[in-house]
Design a protein. Structure first.
Length: 367
């Protein structure tokens, strides 16, 4: 293997695939990044057997070949290389990195032990605008659970049906739901649970200049392709709950209020609690056209008033402040609709000008 390329190309490849490198010691080769010289490209790959990422960068190939290098030290070395033409030459199980009149030698792993990443070329294929999918990820993944004991809740349910694409996340205490209208001329149908880690990585890697996201899938895996990047992920096994059953179809109290003013008020109230081990409970009281936000702790007390437009009954209710702040930070509308049906029933938050997004949070019982 003999390759000439730029430092920028090496950094692009390493930065793209490094999040897929395994942190576990079960299989040493998974702690490496595979480099494959082929045609006039240098291919980078990494996988932890849950997620795999491939990135292709331009290079001048004099001799094709493949090598697997320890990810941490290789990425650190690449970032410290000078801005000069780089020569990579692999022989006798050692990769020589040549620059100026200097040389750096790095031992690698046996490439034969590195798992192959399937292309899923025979799978169903679907194209989607990047901007739509990035918004969907941003507005849902935060509601996934982090408890590995309940795997189906650690991912988002992706549904493709007719002209609709849905992404739903829940940790059983809250639920985020986003729907988008899409072109689906092939009438493709899909339903699968994608790990939140996969979606977060897709969000990190998608660039504004990437216009189209190609999605391929089968019963157990899903592949995302955009630009020079491919990301392959397993799908989570199990039955996602029937989310439609928990969404109330009516409400007793409906509020129209400012997104930013409500977020700022909840953030200030949350500052009075320093104990990170327990949820911060915010009490809300709706009376006439006024919303009161109250928090009391050992540090003190805060009570704020907001003008709102109200339809329906007065009400007192309490929520985990994190459940409110998480959604308020991802809503792009200036105003929200807050629908409530009693002190112990779920609350629904919707952007006032976007019927395609919905967020549900369970209230907290207080003495």
């Amino acid at each position: 293997m003999k390759v000439f390329c730029s430092k920028d190309s090496l950094i692009t490849g390493v930065n793209t695939v490094q999040k897929a490198v395994s942190n576990k010691n079960t299989l040493p080769v998974l702690q490496g990044i595979l480099l494959k010289a082929e045609g006039q490209t240098l291919i980078f790959e990494a996988t932890d057997l849950e997620i795999g990422i491939r990135c292709v960068v331009p290079a001048q190939i004099e001799q094709e070949g493949v090598v697997v290098l320890p990810a941490r030290i290789f990425s650190d070395l690449v970032r410290k290389l000078p801005d000069a033409p780089i020569e990579l030459e692999f022989q006798n199980d050692v990769l020589n990195i040549n620059y100026y009149e200097s040389n750096l030698a790095l031992r690698g792993y046996d490439p034969e032990e590195f798992p192959l990443l399937p292309d899923l070329f025979e799978a169903e294929t679907f194209n989607l605008p990047v901007a739509i999918f990035k918004t969907m990820i941003r507005q849902t993944t935060f509601a996934c659970s982090t408890e590995e004991s309940r795997p189906v809740f650690t991912g988002c349910l992706l549904q493709i049906e007719e002209g609709n694409l849905r992404l739903i996340a829940t940790d059983t205490h809250r639920l985020a739901y986003r729907i988008a209208e899409i072109e689906n001329p092939e009438k493709i149908k899909f339903q699968g649970i994608i790990p939140a880690k996969t979606l977060s990585e897709i969000y990190r890697l998608l660039k504004d200049e990437d216009e189209t996201l190609c999605i391929r899938f089968n019963e157990s895996q899903i592949l995302f392709q955009f630009g020079a990047v491919q990301l392959l992920s397993r799908l989570i096994e199990g039955q996602f709950p029937n989310y439609k059953q928990v969404i109330p179809q009516s409400c007793q109290t409906k509020l129209l209020l400012s997104t930013k003013l409500f977020q700022d008020s909840v953030e200030r109230a949350s500052l009075l609690v320093r104990d990170g081990a327990h949820p911060i409970i915010i009490k809300l009281s709706i009376e006439n056209e006024r919303l009161s936000i109250v928090q009391t702790s050992e540090l003190g007390k805060i009570s704020e008033q907001m003008d709102v437009r109200k339809e329906g009954n007065d009400l007192k209710i309490a929520f985990n402040s994190k459940f409110l702040l998480d959604v308020l930070k991802v809503i792009d509308s200036d105003e929200i609709i807050f629908e409530l049906s009693g002190s112990y029933s779920p609350g629904i938050i919707r952007p006032v000008d976007d019927p395609n997004y919905l967020y549900l949070a369970l209230p907290v019982r207080t003495a």
